[in-house]
Ligand binder design. Structure first.
Ligand code: AP5
Ligand code: ZN
Length: 217
């Protein structure tokens, strides 16, 4: 399957993507995680992305689209993928469509995670992620690690993301409403959007998502 996951910052895209990708045997491709890996490795791409991420703004399309395309061209993504955080504006959605068209394939569904803004703010405030792998995500109250400050998966140190400050979160939410939400309408015209509530336990949301994806087939 080829799926796009969309939802505001802190909706639980990364958390759900980890389970959904495993259940569906497709790779989880997160442009946010790819940027963070580039930043921690000190690459040129990471250096270009950093200031935009720290400000809560989108990294320019000419950087992002190429990086996403390279990742989708990897052998493990040939049969399908779960995109998390890409596309994030209509230009990126059009670029993705063109790329898939060239390969003679198409998206199966766009899963839209709906969460009220006050819940998103609580989720981001308590989020802690792993220094070794930003796909290892915890929450101090909702999903605490067994040992405080230590990743359950790999033993790495947990930290708070630089862009999770209150001010930057406000900017990220605004960017979501103005630039990313329009892609939901874009995909609605293609009949691809499945909206679910992302409230409740992580496992409840995963079950809801799996059910919605099965129905959309
Ligand atoms: P990115 O990393 O994509 O961040 P985001 O979209 O803001 O989303 P988040 O990672 O904040 O949240 P999430 O929905 O994954 O939630 P999570 O599962 O962690 O992007 C960061 C930046 O990179 C952007 O601002 C931009 O600069 C740049 N970027 C990335 N992609 C780009 C693109 N395509 N174009 C341009 N720029 C791009 O969950 C949040 C917390 O809630 C966690 O603590 C979790 O444990 C907890 N939680 C999850 N589910 C539940 C639940 N059901 N109940 C209780 N708690 C829960
Ligand atoms: Zn870890």
């Amino acid at each position: 399957m080829r799926i796009v996951l969309v939802g505001p910052p802190g909706a639980g895209k990364g958390t759900q993507a980890a389970y959904l990708a495993k259940n569906l045997s497709i790779p989880h491709i997160s442009t946010g995680d790819l940027f963070r890996a580039n930043i921690s490795q000190g690459t040129d791409l990471g250096k270009r992305a950093r200031a935009f991420m720290d400000a809560g703004q989108l990294v320019p399309d000419e950087v992002t689209i190429g990086m996403a395309k390279d990742r989708m061209a990897q052998p493990d993504a040939v049969g399908g993928f779960l995109l998390d955080g890409f596309p994030r504006n209509v230009g990126q959605a059009e670029a993705l469509d063109a790329m898939l068209r060239d390969e003679g394939v198409a998206l199966d569904a766009v899963l839209d995670l709906e969460v009220p803004e006050d819940e998103v703010v609580k989720r981001i405030a308590g989020r802690r992620i792993c220094r070794n792998d930003s796909a290892h995500v915890f929450h101090v109250t909702y999903n605490p690690p067994k040992t405080e400050g230590v990743c359950d998966v790999c033993g790495g140190e947990l930290y708070q993301r630089d862009d999770d400050s209150e001010e930057t979160v406000r900017t990220r939410l605004e960017v979501y409403h103005t630039q990313t939400e329009p892609i939901i309408d874009y995909y609605r015209t293609q009949g691809l959007v499945v909206t679910i509530s992302a409230l409740g336990k992580v496992t409840e949301v995963t079950d809801r998502a799996m059910e919605a994806l099965e129905k959309s087939e």
